[in-house]
Design a protein around this ligand. Structure first.
Ligand SMILES: [Mn+2]
Length: 429
């Protein structure tokens, strides 16, 4: 019979999701913790793994301790072992919470900052759990450097827990190298710290960032939930995400070209939103709030009215067949002036006319004196910036623009479009 394990990380107990109505219990990460415990019991898992940053930070101690203890007690009754490590947010509190109650079924691995292994039988098979915990907020050395002292049994089925940054050598949060992770005698690495779920490696050894099980803000879009591991053997471990987060944030681009009046505009935007939500439906069973950030694109002759049309659309709050409430948090317009308007505008000597001329010249891959001077000026400014000491760290990482003519033209084109749209949106008719 296969071993089942539920794994998660970065729950940040004590925190609440943004852009959700004040009183909703689903805002709180405590809600997702309770549901993870429910799932662990329903799926009759053998163990629950928590790969760090379970509690947000020190001042949330009292908010986190009650729910955490209640969950641990329920897991104990259901016979579910808990293996966890501390991350950069809970390096001190997690240990405190455990020490207050000496739970026999809850194991904090590597609490002294060195690697620890615990061999524990699940469904009659000895599983070797290995892990390392943060003991301070910042760790600049690769924790794997100390791994070999652990001397794990290479024949045992081994599951590793680790919190840190993969392939970011100058990270302050335990920089890790994929090549090192992959050549330890570990069959599955359950990783914490990165909030987006990420399957790093599917073939042996399995490496996965579970991601936060509870989306906290629009910077954490897409599906979130714990991972259900099905363990058959050392070389056969499957990972499946359970979309458990009650909140889901999404970004969506809608082309509103050819919408000539408010009803047509509303129709295009609401249909885009509805169709997107329908595509996500298979993953929305547990989602109470689906929150969109919309980006409007395309071209329009009504830039001066679109601001008002956008305002009206934000009231659209459909409910899906899953009971999910859809809402719009924010709409950003990147709509461009219509082609025909641009050619008329380019005849004018106004600032809008000058911008329209520049855009047309750039789009046709041509140039004029004004544009040549602008390009040169941009290159000079960039050169100055590139050699200013403020941006020295960026230079070391080669993240600076090179300052080619093509770069200059592409940036001037984007800026001209943006400025012209803003200018036209401000004009009253
Ligand atoms: Mn972290």
């Amino acid at each position: 019979m296969s071993i089942k394990i539920l794994a998660s990380a970065d729950l940040h107990l004590g925190k609440k999701s943004s852009a959700i109505e004040e009183g909703a219990e689903q805002r709180s990460t405590r809600y997702t913790w309770q549901r993870m415990v429910d799932r662990a019991i329903e799926h009759q898992v053998d163990a629950l793994l928590l790969a760090g940053d379970i509690v947000d930070q020190d001042n949330w101690y009292f908010e986190a301790i009650g729910p955490l203890q209640k969950g641990f007690n329920r897991l104990e009754q259901a016979g579910v072992e808990v293996f966890m490590i501390a991350g950069n947010h809970d390096f001190d509190v997690l240990g405190q919470i455990i020490r207050h109650h000496s739970y026999e079924h809850v194991h904090l691995l590597g609490a002294d900052g060195s690697w620890e292994k615990i061999v524990h039988p699940l469904k009659g098979q000895d599983i070797q759990f290995v892990g390392w915990s943060f003991t301070q907020q910042h760790v600049q050395e690769d924790p794997l450097a100390g791994f070999d002292q652990l001397d794990p049994d290479p024949a045992a089925l081994t599951i590793g827990l680790l919190h840190g940054d993969l392939d970011i050598p100058d990270s302050l949060y335990a920089p890790l190298a994929l090549s090192h992770l992959a050549n330890k005698s570990v069959d599955a690495w359950i990783m914490g710290h990165i909030h987006q779920p990420r399957s790093v490696k599917k073939e042996h050894p399995l490496i996965a960032y579970t991601g936060t099980p509870h989306a906290l803000n629009p910077g954490e879009p897409g599906m979130h939930g714990p991972v259900l591991l099905t363990v058959e053997s050392k070389h056969n471990i499957q990972a499946q995400w359970l979309p458990l987060s009650p909140i889901r944030y999404e970004g969506l681009e809608v082309d509103v070209s050819h919408t000539q009046d408010p009803p047509a505009f509303r129709e295009v935007v609401t249909r885009g939103l509805w169709e997107s939500a329908q595509r996500l439906l298979p993953e929305l069973e547990e989602v109470t709030y689906l929150v969109y950030d919309l980006q409007l694109v395309g071209e329009s002759s009504h830039l001066n009215k679109i601001e008002a049309w956008m305002q009206e659309v934000t009231d659209y709050r459909p409910e899906l067949s899953t009971g999910t409430e859809v809402s719009i948090r924010k709409i950003v317009s990147q709509i461009q002036p219509a082609r025909a308007d641009m050619r008329d505008l380019a005849e004018e000597s106004s600032p809008a006319g000058k911008l329209a001329q520049t855009i047309l010249v750039l789009e046709q891959d041509e140039s004029n004196d004004f544009l040549d001077a602008l390009t040169e000026q941009w290159q000079q400014y960039l050169n100055k910036l590139n050699y200013s000491s403020t941006y020295l760290p960026l230079r070391q990482h080669e993240r600076l623009l090179k300052g080619t003519r093509e770069e200059a033209r592409s940036i001037i084109l984007n800026e001209s479009r943006r400025l012209l749209s803003m200018l036209l949106a401000q004009q009253k008719q």
